[in-house]
Write a protein that binds this ligand. Structure first.
Ligand code: GDP
Length: 443
């Protein structure tokens, strides 16, 4: 996971908020201070941190939560929104509109450029595009072999010539070769080193002129932290079109600084590198990234659902308590299933509860409307005792219930199976954790 340390620190700041009894100015200030500390430790520029946290504090103090949303939830939402804005707000996916789309990657040596080119080629191949890679790095002949080694197992062809010294020629010929082959995307990898930086930028200009790429992609090393700002800016000035891949965000203590610095230049971050393997590339979406970083699951969805819940009062407090205590009889099951029908699968709700991330089998919690009606009919033929203590239902009772309800023993068994499955599922959950989480959101 990218920026794990920062994520943990932000998450613990929000947990503190969730645990506090009241939300007053002092609480808000403390949360804001914790967020500041977390960001500064991740090498985010201090000025940017102050701007961001000032906005969070102001909004948290001044804004009234919308109806159906508690103060705590509202503050979490504000933090989420502001962090999302901080990282560029909207996702700007790489678009492959024309065939072939030509991409030129640039970046200084060691940034992870060659690896990223291979990752990107594979990423696009997985999405159904035929990709060709051109190596025009005349400074590091090894780059060509590195690309071949990474991509040949996937049947992605690499064009280049380690003996050739003219980078522009290599790029031009490589693009021509793949155009003739009829690929969908051509990725041109350029040199990452030159006698001097000016030379590198000049070479990039010349290649760009020769191959007219649809997009120039800068690869930036995420471990350099906020220094990424100047690199991204220099690049942005040198090329009018551009997007950025920030690499090595796995395990980098400074990754937050790099991401925010790049975002501050206004250049869109389209991908992040999160490991050394070819599949360790993620399309960058600020919203998804921040919600994962905060460990909130789908926070927007959560807030929406909570609002709905409060409106419908489907999940009554005592129900939840029972549910948390694992006291779960047939009546409870029915109420749960009925409620879930109205508000979407429990699975989704539980997955949205921060830090829980339970993965539930679909069929354990989902039943159709028809089935629910059948369950109702069956349950109407049960005694109060059977409903409260389903474990007493033996074979002769099953026969009696089926007869009484005009259903079959198979259907009664199905109901009981569903019950046992759900009960088992709830039993296996960590009740303390669940209760804590529920409390956190004022269920
Ligand atoms: P180039 O000189 O810019 O072409 O850099 P390379 O692609 O050769 O990468 C330099 C080093 O960084 C290699 O050891 C890569 O395995 C490593 N690297 C690249 N991207 C990532 C990443 O996202 N995460 C990690 N942990 N390592 C990476």
């Amino acid at each position: 996971m990218a920026l794990e340390k920062l994520g943990k620190a932000l998450n613990s700041a929000l947990k503190k908020l969730a645990r506090s009894r009241t939300v007053d100015e002092a609480t808000i200030k403390e949360v804001v201070r914790d967020i500041q500390r977390a960001l500064i430790q991740a090498d985010v520029n201090v000025r940017l941190v102050l701007q961001l946290t000032k906005t969070i504090e102001k909004r948290a103090l001044e804004e009234e939560p919308p109806a159906g949303v508690s103060k705590k939830e509202h503050i979490i939402q504000i933090v989420y929104e502001e962090l999302t804005k901080f990282l560029g707000k909207e996702a700007k996916p790489l678009e492959i509109k024309e065939k072939p789309t030509v991409l030129l990657t640039v970046g200084i040596q060691g940034s992870g450029k060659t690896t990223s080119v291979a990752k990107l080629a594979r990423h696009l191949q997985k999405r159904g595009y035929k990709v060709g890679v051109v190596c025009s790095d005349t400074w590091r002949p090894g780059a060509y072999y590195q690309l071949k080694q990474l991509l040949e197992p996937y049947g992605i062809e690499v064009a280049g010539d380690p003996e050739e010294k003219d980078a522009v020629k290599l790029a031009r010929e490589g693009v021509k070769y793949f155009r003739e082959k009829g690929v969908d995307v051509i990725i041109v990898d350029s040199a990452g080193r030159h006698k001097e930086e000016k030379g590198l930028i000049e070479e990039m200009r010349q290649i760009s002129e020769a191959i007219k790429p649809h997009e120039v992609i800068l690869v930036i090393d995420g471990t350099i932290g906020q220094q990424a700002y100047n690199q991204a800016l220099a690049f942005k000035e040198a090329t009018p079109i551009g997007s950025i891949i920030v690499t090595k965000l796995d395990g980098s203590a400074k990754g937050g600084g790099a991401l925010s610095a790049v975002a501050a230049t206004g250049a869109p971050i389209k991908f992040i590198g999160v490991g050394e393997r070819i599949d360790d590339l993620e399309a960058f979406d600020p919203k998804r990234f921040v919600s994962r970083l905060l460990g909130m699951g789908d926070i927007e969805g959560l807030l929406e659902k909570l609002e709905e819940l409060q409106k419908q009062q489907e999940f009554k407090e005592e129900d939840l308590e029972k549910f948390l205590k694992g006291k779960f009889n047939l009546k409870d099951m029915y109420a749960q299933l009925e409620a879930m029908q109205k508000m979407g699968p429990l699975k989704q709700i539980l997955q949205m509860i921060p830090g829980l991330g339970y993965s539930l089998p679909d069929d354990a919690v989902k039943v159709g409307e028809e089935k629910l009606k059948r369950y109702r009919v069956i349950m109407d033929s049960m005694t109060e005792e059977e409903l409260e203590h389903p474990e007493i239902i033996n074979y002769s009772r099953i026969k009696r219930i089926a007869r009484g309800s005009g259903t079959s023993t198979a259907e009664v068994r199905e109901l009981l199976n569903q019950y046992n499955q759900m009960k088992k599922m709830f039993k296996s959950m960590d009740k303390r954790k669940l209760a804590k989480m529920a409390k956190k959101f004022n269920f």
